[in-house]
Structure formats: structure tokens, C-alpha cells
Write a protein that binds this ligand. Structure first.
Ligand SMILES: [Zn+2]
Length: 377
């Protein structure tokens, strides 16, 4: 089968994150078993009751190596974002102008099709070091499958290529993504008698001001390879009060921050907590709750890693940094040098009419084949 035919089969299996991914996992499992990979499912039931499965397929040279350290892991997520019902060909791979269209054609079934093509074109018996293929669930809703797998520690890996549309640019580092919900409390009162209450909105405004100052201060901790080169903060949502003539009793807002590597994900949270303490010292009845809702770590693989060197040479492109969340931190948690790499452009992913250029699809299949031969032989 050609890489395009495999991609067509993958796209035809509806695997939006809201559904179970059991069907696409069964497909991948069968293909891997046909090549004598040792496969293992890591199933669980998600909060909607749907079965979600991570699949690990190992090519090992001896029983002793099972679930020990693999030399190279290739990771592709099986889920896709939803598609608009008016996109009638979302599940039917269609070619036009050298591009292949379909939901997931770019993100990230193209990488998976390239991976399957790579392993089917290699004499696997000649590999001396273990290779792992990892197919995950629920990447699009917070890299949940990869995080579970990292917790389960089914193997450790020396090198990992994380499939995502990067237009075949090796991405060796990425910012973290964190979120907190902040609730500031006051005391309701008739707005004609504000002295009888305390405005949660005025109080929240003071804290938001402090957060803006923290964002300003963080600019001095810069990493040139990122754009922008520092940790960024955003207060994206704010909500408070119940009526124009009531002193607001409560005000809630979200704080999001994207950390540069080298900065712990909860560093910003500790700065905000310090600002809250200072406000409490100034205004003894200042009351505030902080709930950390998400903390995806940043990641970085050294520019001198053999994996970075290999992918730079094979793609003929210099490595850079990635601006969106990926499964790379989970692979780093499993001990790997991780690089994000794959065909297609992230800017066309997640939209109606996402596509992968056929040229990049074929090129990625041969680069992945070379990678397996380079690292596992
Ligand atoms: Zn993706």
C-alpha cells in the first residue's frame, strides 16, 4: 500500500476526541501485529464513558528487552478535532493540486501514515535496538493520553519523535501552558451605600494590575529562540457582580501563562500568591482563592542532541521552537530527547479543508525510515 492509501484508510475512521478511539487503535494494532510488533493496549474510560486506548507497539530483538529502554519512539495521536457537518468529505481523503484533504489528513494522521509506511519498507529483523510506536488518545483535548502513558511508564526511551504538523521543521523546544482560576470576594451592598460593602471588582482590579506588573517583570528573563522570548501572561476572561446598582460581592477571572523552558510551571503562580499576600497586608479583608487548573510543562531538547542533528540534516532545516502544546513533555518524562516533527502545516490544521502536501507526506515517510535505520540498527 502507498502512504496515500494508508492515509485514506486512517482518515476514513472517524476519531474525533469526543468518540472512542477503539476503531482506529484496532486498525493500527492489526498493522503492527502483521509486522510482528509486540503490542500492548493501555485502555481507560473517559469522563463521558467512552473507551480511550493508548497503544504501544514494540519491535524488540529479545524477550529481555521488553518494556525496558527503547532506542527510538515514534508518537502519533489518534484523535482529531471535530469537523463541520457541512464538510461532507471530511472522512474521505480527496486530492487536489498536490494536496490531500480530510479531517486529520494534516493533524496528525499524515505522520501516522508515514510511520506505517516507514516500518513496512524496512527489514525489521535487521534492527538491533528496540523501536517503539506509540499511538495516543485525546491529544487534542489536553494531551491526556500521553500524560497517562507517562504516568504508567510502560518503557523509557532514549529518543522520541513526536508527530505534529511542523512542515518538516524539527522543533526541539516549546513553551509550557498553565491556567489558574482566580476568585476575589467582597461584600455585597446597595451601591448608594458602598461603605456598607466591599467591591470584589475593585479588589480584583488591583490584583489584575499586579499581574500586569508581573508580566512586565518576566520580560527580563528572556530566551532568544522563542517568539516572544519570555513567559507571557493573559487574563482572558473576567466576570463579576450581579447588577449595576449592587456593590459586587464576587469577581472571577482566568489567568493563563506560557512558560519558557527553565522556568517551573508554578513559578508564576508563586509570584501571584506573593502579590495576593501583599494586597492582604495592605487591605486586611482582601479575600482571594487561586485554583491551579492546568500545568503543562515546557520542554527542551539540547541543540546538540543526536536526534536534533539527525532531523536537521535529514530535513535540511534548522531546528526551532514550537508555539503550541504537544506530547513532547510526556516523552521527556519517559527519559527521551524529544523533537516535534511531521508533515503538514499547523496553520491549516483544525480548520475545514485541512490538508497535507503529498510531497511532504512522502518525504516524511523516508525521513522516518532513515531515522529508524540510523538509531535502531
Ligand atoms: Zn496534533
Amino acid at each position: 500500500m502507498t502512504v496515500e492509501q494508508i492515509l485514506a484508510e486512517l482518515v476514513s475512521i472517524d476519531s474525533v476526541s469526543a468518540r472512542s478511539n477503539a476503531e482506529i487503535i484496532s486498525y493500527l494494532e492489526a498493522r503492527c501485529e502483521a509486522l510482528s510488533f509486540r503490542v500492548k493496549r493501555f485502555p481507560h474510560t473517559d469522563e463521558t464513558g467512552a473507551e480511550k486506548i493508548n497503544l504501544v507497539a514494540l519491535q524488540i530483538t529479545s524477550q529481555a528487552e521488553a518494556y525496558a529502554t527503547v532506542e527510538l519512539a515514534l508518537i502519533g495521536h489518534t484523535d482529531t478535532v471535530p469537523y463541520d457537518p457541512t464538510w461532507t468529505e471530511a472522512l474521505k481523503l480527496t486530492e487536489s493540486d498536490g494536496k490531500l484533504y480530510g479531517r486529520g489528513a494534516c493533524d496528525t494522521k499524515a505522520f501516522i501514515a508515514a510511520t506505517l509506511t516507514a516500518i513496512e519498507s524496512i527489514d525489521l529483523k535487521r534492527l538491533k535496538k528496540p523501536l517503539a510506536l506509540v499511538f495516543t488518545a485525546d491529544e487534542e483535548i489536553g494531551c491526556l493520553g500521553a500524560k497517562r502513558l507517562a504516568d504508567a511508564r510502560p518503557f523509557s526511551a532514549r529518543y522520541a519523535i513526536v508527530g505534529e504538523p511542523t512542515s518538516l521543521h524539527p522543533m526541539r523546544a516549546g513553551k509550557g501552558y498553565c491556567l489558574a482560576e482566580i476568585t476575589v470576594r467582597g461584600q455585597e451592598a446597595h451601591s448608594a451605600y458602598p461603605q456598607l460593602g466591599a467591591s470584589a471588582i475593585f479588589r480584583a482590579a488591583r490584583l489584575v494590575n499586579r499581574i500586569e506588573e508581573i508580566a512586565e517583570d518576566l520580560k527580563s528573563d528572556a530566551r532568544a529562540e522563542f517568539d516572544p522570548p519570555y513567559t507571557t501572561l493573559n487574563v482572558g476572561l473576567i466576570e463579576g457582580g450581579t447588577a449595576k446598582n449592587i456593590v459586587a460581592g464576587e469577581c472571577r477571572f482566568t489567568l493563563e501563562w506560557r512558560t519558557i523552558p527553565g522556568q517551573e510551571s508554578d513559578y508564576v503562580l508563586s509570584l501571584v500568591k506573593r502579590a495576593v499576600d501583599e494586597l492582604q497586608a495592605l487591605y486586611p479583608d482582601f479575600r482571594c482563592e487561586l485554583v491551579a487548573a492546568r500545568a503543562d510543562e515546557s520542554f527542551e531538547t539540547g541543540a546538540d542532541s543526536p536526534l536534533v542533528h539527525f532531523l536537521e540534516e535529514a530535513s535540511n532545516k534548522l531546528s526551532s521552537t514550537v508555539a503550541f502544546g504537544t506530547e513532547a513533555p510526556s516523552m521527556i518524562a519517559l527519559g527521551a530527547d524529544a523533537v516535534v516533527f511531521g508533515p503538514g502545516d499547523i496553520r491549516v490544521a483544525h480548520r475545514t479543508g485541512e490538508f497535507v502536501p503529498i510531497g511532504q507526506l512522502n518525504e516524511s515517510a523516508s525521513i522516518l525510515r532513515e531515522a529508524i535505520e540510523h538509531f535502531c540498527r
